[in-house]
Design a protein. Structure first.
Lengths: 289, 426
């Protein structure tokens, strides 16, 4: 788009020669147009805003759903795993033990799921309007933060009820949140782009999400995992996130000190390769979607 | 000032035939990959790169070159499948070319389909912001233009109504208003105005004219040749993905019309540019006054006979056709699925349709028809310019029909009454 379009908005047509936009067949592996992403930055905001507006229109319970989504599994887990199966929870009341894990997990799972379908859901836009495609999965993932914030208030209420005080450790939460979002984005970039070409990818996503849920210490403590499997276990980025959340909010628990660090290279590798793959394929989305 | 704002050089775009048809499944690709790992991997990479592979390809555009200067209003014409929409998509960056290149200067506002950026649940107000942002406008810019957009679209009263409740006319008005007020240096408009009412169409054309007068460039696709002639100084005629003519709008339109006629004389079954599912195809269209009169010549006030042959008989199929005047404006429409008192049905599985007119009410001139066959609730065949015919001067209701080039193209039975006559007293 025109470099000076903002400045020209008033005078509308300038006599100065403008840098040309060149449209030609894809060459090379990387063609990110960072300038263009910046030019369109407000669209990212509008996409998030659209998704949120639409989500709360035409629903009876509106925001209540956002709270129910992590609260319902908490109730179920507390009954079956906490009360009946008596799964240990490191001396922390089981409901808050599992809810602290469900919060980031739900953020991750819904962001991953929604972003993987985002391009296909916006099919008509992609074939008729040009804009940076990256904003489609990205906006979905960032939009999940709003739901997270609402569900987080329930956690604060529970902490008050169980007399658990916030400590300075809570300041590390944004780091774990960032890791959650990056993980969802890394997987979302891969799967959303793959979904454009291969429509059966969403089966894989359902399965992968279920598997990851069991491979993350949501309804059990990470200390249940045998020592010799811990390194492998720690490769799942959500293990570090959940452990981090429990440590930052509830204190005490920290079985896998370095697990978050272990998964970091994996997340970065997935993210960079995901960006490359997305960038490589986005130019042909309109042809194959 | 006279630098080209768009320079298209040897542009080509090919699609793999399979690409248009179905989404592959991962399973398919994986099982292929298991069999022939190297080849499958290579094809995976190729495909995503949009490069041609060994699979059969069709060229939607081939070797297209032209330059457009600042302030030009250029019409792009051509039949369905000529590559018009593909060209606009590449110009708008929605898809990449397979070969060649385009240099483009300045902000582009493109309107390829009405209301694609709209979300049905959001209100008009919300959609103006969303759509504006999608077209590359800044929030402050939209806010500044907001009142102008609303006034142009004439939706003030419905500003806070979700657009799913809008009529299609309101949709078009709003979408066009947002795109036109983007103040693009290049405005690209596909055939979208056909949806709105005539008054609004005129308003849009006026706005496009205004955009052009302001020194900006307009690229415009339309089937409406009359509009192309009035609005554009220049027209580009595309056929089968290549530029056939490029120049003065009137001349190019003339070339286009001659082209269409050339096509119409051929055997229709071999025409590749057709729509519909294709289970039934129109093979022949014969137009006559009935009896042994020469084909394709009709006269005002005389009988006319339109006969359509299809290659396959299916019970329950129906035939329809639209008559267009020489400016590409639709004049009237006939449909065999809508029954009338005089209809005569013969065998249930006939492979011909005949439409008889006792008294032709068309004024003298050249006309074109688009014909279609429906079966099973779906279009089986759709042919643009399936046939041409001329209407000669004749007599209508006891009066000589007006000459060619008069006002309008329809005649209606009527009488004039002057005061003092017997009829006037009754």
């Amino acid at each position: 788009m025109g470099e000076n379009s903002l400045l020209q908005a008033k005078t509308s047509v300038s006599e100065e020669p403008q840098p040309a936009v060149v449209i030609e067949p894809l060459k090379g592996w990387l063609s990110f147009d960072f300038h263009e992403l910046w030019e369109y930055r407000e669209l990212l905001y509008f996409f998030i805003w659209r998704d949120i507006k639409v989500r709360y229109k035409q629903t009876i319970l509106g925001g209540v759903w956002v709270i129910l989504q992590p609260v319902m599994p908490m109730v179920i887990f507390s009954i079956f795993f906490g009360a009946l199966a008596r799964i240990p929870s490191e001396d922390i009341p089981y409901p808050i033990f599992t809810y602290t894990a469900l919060l980031p997990w739900h953020l991750f799972a819904s962001a991953f799921f929604a972003s993987s379908r985002s391009l296909v859901m916006n099919q008509s836009l992609i074939t008729k309007v040009y804009f940076p495609r990256l904003f489609v999965p990205l906006s979905v993932i960032l939009g999940g933060l709003i739901d997270f914030a609402i569900a987080f208030t329930v956690l604060l209420g529970m902490m008050y009820y169980y007399r658990i005080n916030l400590t300075w450790a809570a300041l590390t939460l944004p780091l774990y949140l960032l890791l959650t979002l990056l993980t969802a984005l890394a997987l979302g970039l891969w799967t959303s782009a793959l979904n454009v070409v291969y429509r059966d990818v969403h089966h894989v996503i359902t399965f992968l999400t279920q598997f990851l849920m069991f491979a993350t210490p949501i309804f059990y403590p990470a200390s249940l995992v045998p020592e010799r499997w811990r390194i492998l276990y720690g490769l799942n980025p959500m293990v570090g996130v959940v452990e981090g959340f429990r440590w930052a909010l509830l204190g005490k628990v920290q079985t896998l000190e370095f697990s978050a660090l272990l998964s970091l290279p994996i997340v970065l590798l997935l993210l960079v390769s995901g960006l490359l793959y997305f960038n490589r394929t986005e130019k042909t989305f309109a042809d194959v979607i | 000032m006279n630098d080209p704002v768009i320079r298209v050089e040897r542009l080509g775009k090919s699609y793999r035939i399979g690409q248009l048809q179905s989404h592959r499944t991962l399973q398919e690709s994986l099982s292929n990959a298991a069999k022939l790992p190297v080849r499958a991997l290579r094809s995976l990479v190729r495909k995503e790169a949009g490069r041609p592979s060994k699979n059969p390809t069709i060229w939607a555009l081939k070797d297209v070159s032209f330059e457009i200067r600042k302030g030009e209003v250029v019409g792009i014409i051509g039949r369905n499948g000529a590559g018009k929409s593909t060209l606009l998509k590449i110009l708008s960056k929605i898809t990449l070319p397979t070969e060649g290149r385009i240099e483009r200067r300045g902000r582009v506002g493109s309107l390829l389909e009405i209301g694609t950026g709209f979300h049905p649940e959001l209100t008009g107000r919300e959609n103006i912001y969303l759509n504006g942002a999608m077209l590359g406008m800044k929030k402050t810019e939209i806010a500044r233009k907001f009142d102008e957009i609303v006034a142009f679209a004439e939706i003030n009263r419905f500003l806070d109504t979700p657009v799913k409740h809008y009529s299609s006319g309101m949709y078009v008005r709003l979408a066009f208003a947002v795109a036109a007020h983007l103040e693009p240096e290049i405005l690209i408009v596909d055939e979208v105005l056909a949806v709105g009412d005539t008054a609004f169409q005129r308003k849009c054309l006026g706005k496009m004219n205004e955009v052009a007068k302001g020194g900006r460039t307009v690229l415009f696709v339309s089937h409406n040749i009359g509009v192309i002639q009035t609005l554009c100084s220049r027209a580009i005629l595309l056929q089968n993905g290549t530029v056939l003519a490029d120049g003065d709008a009137a001349e190019t339109v003339g070339a286009y019309l001659r082209r269409l006629e050339g096509f119409a004389s051929q055997d229709l079954s071999t025409r590749p540019d057709r729509g519909g599912k294709g289970l039934i195809r129109i093979t022949r269209v014969e137009i006559s006054m009935g009896g042994n009169s020469p084909a394709s010549i009709l006269a005002t006030g005389r009988p006319a006979r339109f006969a359509f042959s299809v290659d396959r008989a299916r019970p329950g199929m129906s035939c329809s056709f639209t008559v267009y005047d020489q400016f590409g404006q639709p004049v009237t429409f006939f449909d065999s699925a809508v029954h009338g008192r005089g209809d005569v049905s013969g065998l249930p599985d006939t492979s011909a349709f005949v439409c008889e007119v006792d008294e032709l009410t068309l004024m003298p001139g050249r006309y074109r028809i688009n014909a279609a066959v429906m079966w099973n609730g779906e279009y089986q065949d759709h042919l643009e310019a399936a046939a041409y015919f001329s209407v000669e001067q004749g007599e209508f209701g006891g009066r000589p029909a007006p000459q060619e080039g008069g006002y309008g193209n329809l005649l209606i039975h009527h009488r004039w009454i002057t005061p003092g006559s017997k009829e006037a007293l009754q």
